[in-house]
Design a protein around this ligand. Structure first.
Ligand SMILES: [Zn+2]
Length: 365
């Protein structure tokens, strides 16, 4: 049997909660982590119709991209659909888990799925996040260096782009005097010691902090382990908003637009003029992406595909890049495939269903 927690842990490996934006509310919204899963329904939005669909199919966990509780609720009386969803979920022991901007901000998230549909290569984050990398520095006797580094690497430290097990060490002298109650690995209580030690450095994303420090403490021979944690200002090339990719070859914009409509199942695209333009470099951002128009321009994109654009947004590129609004729902509806693919890869003892409800509140006539 599988507990809700195991699926939640998998989703948090895919999209750590610490990568969500400050205004967001991703995570488990209702339910008990220790309940056994009877079935999972994945969806873009958790509406009342989706909740009914989950209950009818015997699912007790809904995984949604958009959080059902986004702003704080002040009562639960069933006056709004959100309140009705929460009440009904609690009455039926149904877990609702939201994986929102944290999934927007990772390499294998919402935007990678759009890129996969369009057929883009050489994928990169368009606007990399800063401030989520930590550097750990520690000191240990020379003979323990390899074991300590190996333990921290196994915990996920030292991954930089396509390089793994990255670290740096340099030799020096450590000084200490064990107290009367101490049980030192080297030296005697009350005597000043000088020990040849290595200073080791590794970096890792902040959500791995506890895991890496635990690995360090377990592998280190000292009773008191000296280590420093520094938050870095460096951009994390694997975390951030939007994505940039290349088509295998340049195509006329008219042809690209037709392909885009087919591949993303679109009826309508709102866009700037694309006459006589060629496309090879494509920027994408699922959902509301107007905040990235200038990043897409700076990156040299031929087209930026996003949603929720306002009239004046369309003036910003001044003909240097095509701007295309494909609709919020349309840009993110394939997000449920990400949940589905990741869960069925790891678990096979419960059903995972993709919601069949069209939750798009926008209709075209
Ligand atoms: Zn969205």
């Amino acid at each position: 049997m599988t507990k809700i927690k195991e699926v939640v842990d998998l989703l948090q490996q895919l999209a750590p909660l610490s990568y969500q934006e400050s205004y967001d509310n991703s995570g488990l919204q209702t339910g008990n982590l220790h309940d056994e899963i009877t079935g999972v329904l994945v969806t873009l939005d958790c509406t009342l119709a989706v909740l009914e669909e989950a209950l009818a199919a015997g699912c007790n966990l809904i995984i949604a991209h958009h959080p059902v509780i986004f702003r704080p609720l002040k009562q639960l009386t069933g006056r709004s659909e959100t309140e009705q969803i929460i009440i009904k979920a609690i009455q039926n022991n149904l877990g609702i888990y939201a994986c929102h901007t944290n999934l927007d901000n990772v390499l294998s998230g919402v935007n990678a799925k759009i890129c996969e549909k369009i057929g883009l290569e050489n994928l990169k984050i368009l606007s990399q996040k800063t401030g989520n990398l930590i550097k750990l520095v520690t000191f240990a006797p020379l003979e323990n260096t390899n074991a300590i580094l190996a333990a921290m690497h196994t915990a996920g430290a030292g991954q930089i782009g396509n390089y793994q097990n990255c670290s740096f060490w340099v030799s020096g002298i450590g000084n200490f005097k064990p107290g009367a109650e101490a049980n030192p690995h080297i030296g005697e209580p009350g005597q000043q010691e000088e020990v040849a030690e290595n200073r080791m450095e590794v970096i890792f994303p902040e959500h791995l902090k506890e895991k890496v420090v635990t690995a360090l403490l377990a592998a280190h021979p000292y009773e008191e382990v000296a280590y420093d944690l520094y938050r870095l200002e460096n951009a994390n090339q694997e975390v951030g908003a939007g994505m940039l990719g290349d088509l295998p070859k340049s195509v006329p914009a008219t042809e690209f637009m037709q392909q885009l409509k087919t591949k993303m199942q679109l009826n309508t695209v709102r866009h700037t003029n694309f006459e006589n333009k060629q496309i090879i470099k494509v920027a994408v951002c699922g959902g509301a992406g107007s905040f990235l128009i200038k990043d897409a321009l700076r990156a040299g994109a031929d087209i930026f595909i996003t949603a929720d654009l306002k009239y004046h947004d369309f003036f910003i590129p001044e003909g240097k890049m095509i701007l295309a609004d494909i609709g919020h729902y349309e840009s993110e509806v394939f997000t449920k495939e990400i949940f589905y693919e990741n869960i069925i890869k790891k678990f096979s003892n419960f059903a995972v269903l993709k919601s069949k409800v069209n939750t798009n509140p926008v209709r075209y006539t």
